[in-house]
Each structure stands twice: as C-alpha cells, then as structure tokens.
Design a protein around this ligand. Structure first.
Ligand code: OGA
Ligand code: NI
Length: 351
C-alpha cells in the first residue's frame, strides 16, 4: 500500500522522499531565512571557561557572565563539568531514537502541549499556519522518578542515558544560577529560590535534510519562555542568534554548551538581562540534532522582578507584574511562536 506524504505525522518520514518542500512548509517571502544575509564569519558569542569559577578568579568569571548576559543574552561554556562521555552517549541515543522505524517513533506522538512526554513535529501543530522542518521529543525530567516511566523504552538504554544526562545538566544549571544571581548583585541562592520546586524539560530536536532550506525554518525566530536554556548541538550548524539587527550563526564547538537567557530571567532581572531572539535553519545535505534543556520555575511559582533591581528614584520601576509560570507557559504555546515576545503582555502599562 502506498501512503501519500501528507498522511505522515512527522517531517522525518517525508524528508527523504521529496525534492521540493511541501507547500505547508513554505514561508511567505517576507518571512524567509535569507541565508545569504547571515553572518557566518566568526563565532561572536562569548565563550566562557568555567574551570576557574570556584577558584580565586571567580569574580572575573562572574564579570564575564554579567557582560554576556547583558550584552548578548547568549554565551558558550567550556569546562562545565558535564563528562564528555555523558554528552556523547546522550547524542548517540537521541540519534538512535530518531532512526527507529516510524511505527516505533509514532507511539509517542501527541499534539497535546500539556503532555509531559511527547513526540511531535514543527512547533505547535494545533495553532500554527506554516509548518517547520523539525520533529521533536519533549520530556519533563524533574524530578526524574516522576517522569522516567513515561519516557521511551526504546532504544533500551534511552531512559538510563537520558536520566544520567539530565542529572548532570541540572548540577551545571544550579552552579550557573548561583553565578548569574551573583552577577545581578543578588544573594547566590536568590534566583533558585524564586523558582518554587524547579522544573526541567528537555527537547530532542531532529532536523532532517531539507531540499529547499531557503523556504522554511527548523524553528523560526523565537525567545525561550523558560528561565535559562542549555543547548547541546551536534557538529552541524543551524543555530542563529539575532544581534545588532542581524542574524549570526553559532558554529558548534565540541563539548561546549550554548546557554541562553529565557523570558523568566528577563522578568526576574527586571530587564537587566534580556531573552534574545534565535532560530534554527536547516540545510540540504545533513540531518541535525540539538538537545536543549529548558530550566524553569515550577508551574505554581510566582515570578516577579526582584526588589533589589527595582528603584523608583533611579527611574527603574518594576517593568513586569507578577504571574505564575503556568499562566506564562500557557500563553507561550497558544501563540504559535510569534516573533513578538509574549513577555510584553505581562508588562505594567506605561504611565
Ligand atoms: C529551541 C531552540 C535551537 C536549535 O528548541 O528552543 O531554540 O539549535 N533550538 O535547535
Ligand atoms: Ni529556543
């Protein structure tokens, strides 16, 4: 029996059989990647060596973090403490997951954005007009024991390797949060203390080769709704960050993570640190895998700008009202990744 391409749920199951991008993936002309205009020349995102974070040079590393968070909203880290082997195993098992037969993968398919473990495609198939050239497996992973039994059981090592990776990334995030808190002039544990019970989600993003990468996106420009994201990418480029009016490519460096500020950090810091627009583009000859960890408040946590960063006299009043992360998160998924950040709807009206 022949199945038509359009009856497929996942883009990975049509990608290899098409020589044109199906019309549902084609962006309007005003909203295409314009790959020729992207700055691919240099790696202009700061690279921070965390080796010295717990030694006498801590103040210097904190200063580098402050600079990166306030000027870029993005940075790369090396000597981050996550073992090379853990990284390698995670990337390998992710690749194996997406290489499984369609029948095995689609067992996990769901378009319900509230599900805590699900495989889906594009961004939000329920609300978007144009599809994106991406499949993704999304997993909640804190606390691990609450979710691990929902995770895929194939490949057989999936749960063990993913749990090991998530645990290791969490330890790194907690170190980063202390340093970032300090860099904002707050007590070390302040940011962490505002997050309630803490939440950690992961995505395994799979971007198949695309016959016409200039017509579509892996992920269009967006800002992450969570607190902070730690991204692992394979050796294929695709991530681009918007800086000073243009898109710059972030080329992969082995064993390095890319960290970005999300909307909740922007709120907590009262705009000192900004959540920055970024996107993923696809290419015509190589599949690409990226594995972001989205660290976030728990859904019942109340998020608000921190008192110390508010000053009516110095003309830096609170920019955002307080809200629960549940409220924010729902709004984010409903908006189908509009470029205008959903953060604006949580601002106090200007007087
Ligand atoms: C994301 C994201 C970038 C990438 O999943 O939010 O920005 O390179 N991913 O896959
Ligand atoms: Ni993102």
């Amino acid at each position: 029996m022949q199945t038509s391409a359009t009856s497929k749920l996942l883009v990975s199951d049509i990608a290899s059989s098409v020589d044109h991008v199906p019309s549902s993936y084609i962006r309007p002309i005003s909203d295409r990647p314009n790959l020729h205009d992207v700055d691919i020349s240099s790696n202009s995102i700061p690279l921070i060596d965390l080796q010295e974070l717990h030694g006498p040079k801590r103040a210097n590393i904190i200063y580098q973090l402050e600079h990166a968070c306030s000027s870029y909203g993005f940075f790369q880290i090396k000597n981050h403490g996550v073992p090379e082997k853990t990284i390698k195993r995670m990337m390998t098992v992710a690749r194996e997951f997406f290489r499984q037969p369609e029948s095995e993968r689609v067992k996990h398919y769901s378009a319900d954005t509230k599900k805590t473990t699900r495989l889906s495609t594009s961004f939000n198939v329920g609300s978007e007009k144009v599809s994106n050239w991406r499949d993704f497996l999304r997993l909640h992973c804190l606390p691990i024991e609450d979710f691990i039994n929902e995770w895929p059981s194939h490949p057989v090592s999936f749960r063990e390797i993913t749990a090991e990776y998530a645990t290791s990334i969490r330890a790194l995030v907690l170190i980063l949060l202390e340093a970032i808190s300090e860099s904002l002039g707050l007590e070390k544990d302040r940011v962490s203390n505002t997050l309630g019970k803490h939440g950690q989600h992961m995505a395994l993003n799979y971007y198949p080769p695309c016959p016409q990468p200039d017509l579509t996106f892996g992920l269009p420009g967006h800002k992450d709704p969570n607190l902070i994201t730690v991204l692992l990418q394979d050796e294929v480029s695709g991530l681009q960050v918007f800086k000073d009016g243009k898109w710059i490519a972030v080329h992969p460096i082995p064993n390095t993570f890319i960290v970005n500020i999300g909307d909740q950090m922007q709120v907590i810091s009262n705009d000192k640190y900004k959540s920055v627009l970024h996107r993923a583009v696809v290419n015509s000859d190589k599949e690409r895998i990226s594995i972001p960890t989205f660290y976030c408040p728990s859904f019942d946590a109340v998020v608000a700008p921190q008192q110390e960063l508010i000053s009516e006299e110095e003309d830096s009043p609170a920019i955002y009202r307080s809200f629960t992360y549940a409220e924010y998160y729902e709004k984010f998924w409903d908006r189908a990744l509009a470029t205008e950040s959903c953060i604006d709807s949580f601002k106090f009206p200007k007087t």
